[in-house]
Design a binder for this molecule. Structure first.
Ligand code: NAD
Length: 462
């Protein structure tokens, strides 16, 4: 695993101003696998200036040429897929197969989708006697989390480059090696110097400096609601544009006519995948009281089957946090039917796949984001009750509805306060807008809606 000891700024790897480093730890065995520079405000300033200097030329580059660079980027990601998967496994702990199938593959699809959109999108339209130009917003400060290290980066950088924006990226402290690999890929793809810049560093230092920097026109942040709130305030004070992809507490609603075994099986798999570190995971399963006991048994059996196949959570702090939530759930009256608050291994930050039954809507574990392999099962009386419970948190990122008839599931989904709903196990669509209602965020990522976040309009009247 290669770790650069510099920051990627203005087309080259350069030493950071200070000497501080971030140690990258493999969460499966707690070994240090690399060190990267902890950039500071001065480094962010250098990167933001480089992005500003590169903006005019990149914004004026014909969309077809921007599309060609994105196609080249996609091709590099394809060629380096194995290396990407190995790097994500090493720094996030994700099982190799999942790293290949999701962590390495989804960004390829997303980069490819933006190569196509850059080539086909209308950056100009006619509205009556006006011509409306869709122009790049400017310099983007992108701040990303560790849970899907490459996807979170590509979901911001690819649409930004497609739109004609330039970027400074501050990736998560836990997964900087994937970000460095991405910077290498951008370089190999022939993206001009200064268009993409990478500053690894700590959130409250480099992240904050990036959000505050006067050369940054748009702050695009994915992460916790707590940090998102601060970034929104910083951006608001400076009247910068801001996009926030935050937390979730999504409901998986199983209506009485649904295929119960399938709905529970897919629901458990959804929560356990990536060790529960998915912001859109359906962490609350809502089951009608007549089917509740059967669902509990099915969920407990499905979770127990995961056993050793699940990876660790990302670090010791997350492990302690997740185990603490399990303890809190039990203390507030939930019934443990699989897993538990003990770490299953001596080494590595593992958490057993856990299912808690008899969870009620006001319990902490039914309201707060846990971000670990922990599923709560809630009982509902009728559809109105299910809807009240489903909508009864501050979040609104995703969800699922299962019913005998698709139309019944759709009717329920229309009433949910959430940005995405999977109907009877619908598949992930990398072109569908992704983002939150309520405190799950501001703005949308992916597809043409994601591209629109990086564009602003100018109207010419004739
Ligand atoms: P986090 O908010 O702690 O960190 C996210 C990023 O923000 C990191 O790069 C971090 O260094 C940076 N940061 C931290 N403090 C900062 C500050 N004061 N100023 C600027 N930047 C700062 O979140 P996390 O622990 O890395 O990620 C987990 C959270 O992310 C979960 O709550 C999860 O739901 C959320 N998430 C949301 C989505 C989504 O699309 N809605 C996707 C993934 C993760």
């Amino acid at each position: 695993m290669k770790a650069h000891d510099g920051l990627y700024i203005d087309g080259a790897w350069r030493p950071a101003t200070g000497r501080d480093v971030i140690e990258v730890v493999n969460p499966a065995d707690e070994q240090v696998i690399g060190r990267v520079p902890a950039g500071d405000a001065l480094d962010v300033d250098t990167a933001a200036r480089a992005a500003r200097a590169a903006l005019a030329a990149w914004a004026a580059t014909p969309p077809a040429e921007r599309a060609a660079r994105l196609t080249a980027l996609r091709d590099v990601l394809v060629a380096r897929k194995d290396e990407i998967a190995e790097t994500v496994t090493a720094e996030l702990g994700s099982p190799p197969q999942f790293s290949q199938a999701v962590h390495a593959s989804v960004p390829i699809a997303v980069a490819g989708s933006y190569a196509e959109l850059a080539a086909t999108h209308s950056f100009e339209e006619k509205v009556g006697n006006s011509t409306v130009l869709h122009e790049p917003v400017g310099v983007v400060g992108a701040i990303t989390p560790w849970n899907y290290p490459l996807h979170q980066i590509v979901a911001k950088v690819a649409p930004a480059l497609a739109a004609g924006c330039t970027v400074v990226l501050k990736p998560a402290e836990d997964t900087p090696l994937t970000a460095q690999l991405f910077a290498e890929a951008v370089h190999e793809a022939g993206v001009p110097a200064g268009v993409f810049n990478l500053v690894t560093g700590l959130g409250p230092v480099a992240g904050q400096a990036l959000a505050e920097h006067p050369d940054v026109d748009l702050v695009s942040f994915t992460g916790s609601t707590a940090v998102g709130r601060r970034i929104g305030a910083v951006a608001g004070a400076a009247v910068k544009k801001v996009a926030l992809e935050l937390g979730g507490k999504s409901a998986n609603v199983i209506l009485p006519g649904a295929d119960l075994a399938k709905a529970v099986g897919v629901g458990v798999a959804n929560v356990m995948s990536n060790s529960g570190q998915t912001c859109s995971a359906w962490t609350r399963m809502l089951v009608h009281r007549d089917q509740y006991d059967e669902a509990v048994e099915l969920a407990a059996a499905a979770a127990a089957k995961y056993g050793d196949r699940i990876g660790p959570v990302v670090n010791a702090k997350q492990q302690a946090r997740v185990l603490g939530y399990i303890e809190k759930g039990v203390a507030e009256g939930a019934r443990l039917v699989a897993g538990g608050p003990e770490s299953p291994r001596e080494q590595g930050y593992f958490v057993s796949p856990t299912v808690l039954a008899d969870v009620t809507p006001e319990m902490t574990i039914a309201q707060e984001e846990i971000f670990g392999p922990v599923l709560s099962l809630l009982r509902y009386e009728d559809e109105e009750d299910a809807l009240r419970i489903a909508n009864g948190t501050v979040y609104g990122l995703a969800g699922a509805v299962w019913a005998g008839e698709e139309s019944e599931a759709v009717a329920f989904a229309r009433r949910m306060d959430t940005g995405q709903v999977d109907i009877n196990g619908g598949r992930f669509n990398p072109l569908a807008p992704f983002g939150g209602y309520k405190q799950s965020g501001v703005g949308r990522e992916l597809g043409s809606h994601g591209l629109a976040e990086y564009l602003q309009t100018k109207s010419l009247q004739f």
